[in-house]
Design a protein around this ligand. Structure first.
Ligand SMILES: [Zn+2]
Length: 161
């Protein structure tokens, strides 16, 4: 019997990889964010990326970031974390983990807490000093949600599709 292969990806690489892959579905020209929800026993439960709600045409709604509020994407876009939560139709997400490319905003933090998720693994926290992220962290701490910075391994994963 031969030995098993040794260069297989870790759970963390797998789930963060799926989150990043999901983000590649986003039509947003500036920010592509993905999220992957995982059960406590490492089964993928749901995925999401940032985009407009169902029926809101990607070619009709605005993707811009400046101008009158309703001429920008902000009132319309659903973030990856919320989409991942809403995409799950199988019951409860209580105790699950969520892998995200970017630290969740305060609106997603509320949804994550209320959905019963207990762990957030994030790849990037580049808006750490913004009010939205500070509010997120305050709520996560109060709710006892564990915040885990993703340990980047530097592994390059190539897929030919
Ligand atoms: Zn958000």
């Amino acid at each position: 019997m031969g030995d098993k292969r040794k260069d297989y990806i870790t759970w963390d690489e797998y789930f963060m990889g799926v989150a990043l892959l999901s983000g590649m579905r986003s039509k947003d020209p500036n920010t592509q964010v993905g999220a992957c929800i995982v059960s406590q026993d490492n089964k993928i439960m749901s995925m999401g990326y940032n985009g407009f709600p169902k029926g809101c045409d990607d070619d009709e709604f605005p993707w811009g970031r400046t101008g009158e509020s309703n001429d920008t994407k902000y009132p319309f876009v659903t973030h990856a974390e919320l989409n991942a939560i809403l995409n799950y139709r199988g019951g409860s997400l209580e105790g699950a983990k969520i892998y995200v490319a970017l630290f969740p905003c305060n609106e997603c933090a509320k949804a994550i807490i209320q959905a019963g998720l207990k762990t957030v693994v994030y790849a990037c926290d580049k808006y750490a000093d913004t009010p939205a992220t500070l509010a997120s962290k305050r709520m996560f701490r109060a709710a006892g949600v564990e915040l885990v910075p993703y340990h980047h391994t530097g592994r390059q994963i190539m897929l030919e599709v």
